[in-house]
Ligand binder design. Sequence first.
Ligand code: PMP
Length: 320
Amino acid sequence: MPVTHKKGVLDLIGQTPLVKLNGLVPEGLHVYTKWEWLNPTLSMKDRIALYMIEDAEKRGLLEKGMTIVAPSSGNTATSIAMVATVKGYKVVITVPDRTSLDKISYTKAFGAEVVLCRSSCHHDDSDHYIKKAAMIAYSRPRTYLLDQYNDLSNQHAHYYITGPEIWEQTDGTITHLVVPAGSGGAICGVAKFLKCKNPTIKVISPDVKGSVYGFYKKYGFVSKMDGNTEIEGAGKKNIPVNMDIDLIDEFVPVSDEQAFSMCEVLAKQEGILVGGSSGAAFCAAQVVMKTMQSSDIMVVVFPDSGIKYLSKTANLINSN
Ligand code: PMP
């Protein structure tokens, strides 16, 4: 009998499982979690790294011998470093200094150069990690700036791949989608596909401290928000091109404390170790569950693994 096998690590990206959660869910409700942390580098960002790099290759913008420069709040950094290594590109990543040491080390392990930028600076400041990536790309020879915030191929990856995957996995019965939003690529790409199939599907995201999204959705303009969340990957201080706010029906406010204690509950009661944005998504999901009927089907996307934050969350793991 021939051995069945995948061709390589890139073939393992996507097709993550949907897992029904019974604990933490009121009886009779159907709530599924999408385990994006089972992608090769333990996050959903493997999907956009592969899609965006291949899209740039097809458009003739990225060729052998070039260096990919990318801003990332952490997971995209690791994903790009992994995909780029397999494809033979050099990589420079700029990250805010709140990024967990685990993610930075993981990215460096694939050979990427990582540039730390101040988390606290304004998004127009030249030290901000997104601006810094553009400056590096501009100042070095033969670079390609892979900008997950402003390049729509991020959203397209989820529109063409993740959205159809969720539709098929639920047999078209999904009624509620919950995804934490950073660049907006994942929630908006999936939402756009699902709403084309069924416009009544409700799309929900947690609204985290310091993010402009919830306010913008409610009042239609961006206002400066105080504070910064410690939840990596979630929220934004401005509206990236990949965020299409009209596709999101509701932002549910979730505090850092609520999100991180939900991570602890998920680990200790359900055996699922996920990152803070997954905890935030599940907190928002629990609020929406109060309005659900037994015929409804909710999918909550868990973007990454809690193993990426062990240096930050040691007390969560060590406490009894
Ligand atoms: N959660 C985590 C852990 C992330 O790394 C990201 C990406 N920044 C998100 C959520 C949000 O995903 P997106 O950028 O597609 O909105």
